[in-house]
Design a protein around this ligand. Structure first.
Ligand code: ZN
Ligand code: ZN
Length: 404
């Protein structure tokens, strides 16, 4: 059987005041999720370990069976891959921002007015070679970007230039060990050159005349070395694909060798076309055995502290499932969960375990007909993230017996 794993990012929640003390899942009208729960089994999952607050990256890695304590090397490499850059093991990647500095070089806006247009032109102008090191620069969403260094002797043993606040100057990059001397030199040189390139870039000239904040400096932080991950298909004898519009998640999927089935036009925003994502995933299952889908709106609404929007996004997911996934539910293994909790009352990720739902033909029914954080405790499942692939493979009759 084939496997569909749906991750509603930041799904888990806590009681929310404007929802009469219910969680967003409890308050949401979600007939399809409840139906799957009734026909299948529910429970709770600790994405990493009890009490560990997951990032989206560490959690997705763990769900796919890659121990983050072994393979996670910081956000930089993962976000860089998510921008579409094809990276190699050993590359060092930083998270970067387009920022605005004044004449004295002081940062006046760390996000360059949350610039949305033209960042790809700006990014192109920042690809260069310094000494024998290749510098790759690629825009992400809004002001975000990735800076990658490729070459001999490049390490992460350097400080950041991001002052992490406005009205300060970017910091000089200094090596934290002897091995970091070359990398620090390259990064400082890159900063100097990028100021000159960006200052005279046509896009910034235009922004100047339009009274917009110029994207005239690059701040970088969080350098990490790209890890080498074992290939998903070889590891599980399973051809896999993904549907994900968020850079961080698609980067991880690509790194483990999953194929991209993300349709054009979908986004990681709350107004994205969820149905299109689900349809693409079902289409993809004709070609591969395993598809992971990420929808991000739940996490975004959670970070905004908007429990109502989060509840409505859950309803949108449910509606989209009705027109797509419910129709194939008797042919495949369906798992629906989140990669962590982002309670609207907290506006950040928490370590609260996340409700999980598992449905496949002939599966046990645990008698729980609601899918939410509270009902989930009456279900069968009690998992940590590293169990998930085993459970899915076994549900799909793809696991091998352990022992005689
Ligand atoms: Zn997440
Ligand atoms: Zn988040």
């Amino acid at each position: 059987m084939k496997i569909l794993l749906i991750i509603a990012d930041g799904l888990g929640d806590r009681p929310f005041e404007s929802l009469n003390g219910k969680t967003t899942l409890e308050a949401a009208n979600k007939p399809n999720l409840n139906r799957l729960a009734k026909e299948g089994m529910v429970g709770l999952i600790d994405p990493i370990r009890p009490g560990v607050i997951p990032g989206s990256d560490t959690s997705h890695l763990n769900y796919l069976g890659y121990d983050p304590f072994k393979y996670y090397t910081g956000r930089g490499p993962f976000e860089a891959m998510g921008t579409g850059l094809t990276l190699k093991g050993g590359d060092v990647a930083f998270r970067a921002n387009f920022a605005t500095v004044d004449k004295n070089g002081t940062v006046t806006d760390r996000r360059a007015g949350r610039i949305r247009e033209g960042t790809s032109e700006l990014a192109k102008s920042l690809n260069m070679k310094i000494e024998d090191v290749e510098v790759l620069f690629k825009e992400g969403t809004e002001h975000r970007a990735a800076l990658v260094l490729r070459g001999q002797g490049i390490t992460t043993d350097v400080t950041d230039n991001d002052p992490h606040a406005e009205n300060l100057k970017p910091r000089d990059i200094v090596p934290t060990t002897k091995e970091g001397i070359k990398t620090a030199r390259i990064l400082n040189e890159f900063y100097k050159r990028s100021l000159l390139i960006l200052k005279d870039h046509p896009l910034n000239k235009r922004r100047r005349t339009e009274g917009l904040r110029e994207a005239n400096a690059i701040l970088y932080r969080g350098g990490g070395q790209v890890p080498t991950l074992p290939n998903f298909a070889e590891r599980y004898s399973l051809k896999g694909g993904y549907v994900a519009a968020v850079a961080l998640v698609s980067g991880i999927c690509r790194l483990v060798g999953l194929r991209d089935f993300t349709p054009n036009g979908v986004t990681g925003s709350i107004d994205t076309d969820v149905r299109k994502k689900f349809s693409a995933a079902i289409e993809a299952l004709k070609e591969v055995d395993f598809v992971i889908v990420n929808v991000k709106g739940t996490d975004i609404a959670g970070h905004d502290g908007n429990g109502i929007a989060k509840k409505e996004f859950i309803e949108k997911i449910d509606e989209a499932m009705g027109e797509t996934i419910m129709k194939v539910r008797n042919d495949i293994v369906i798992c629906f969960t989140g990669d962590h909790s982002t309670p609207a009352s907290v506006k950040e990720h928490t370590s609260d375990p996340v409700p999980i739902l598992l449905h496949y033909p002939g599966c046990r029914r645990d008698g729980v007909g609601d899918f939410d954080e509270i009902s989930a405790k009456n279900g069968y499942l009690r998992l940590t993230g590293s169990d998930l692939m085993n459970v899915l493979l076994s549900s799909a009759n793809r696991a091998e017996k352990y022992g005689a």
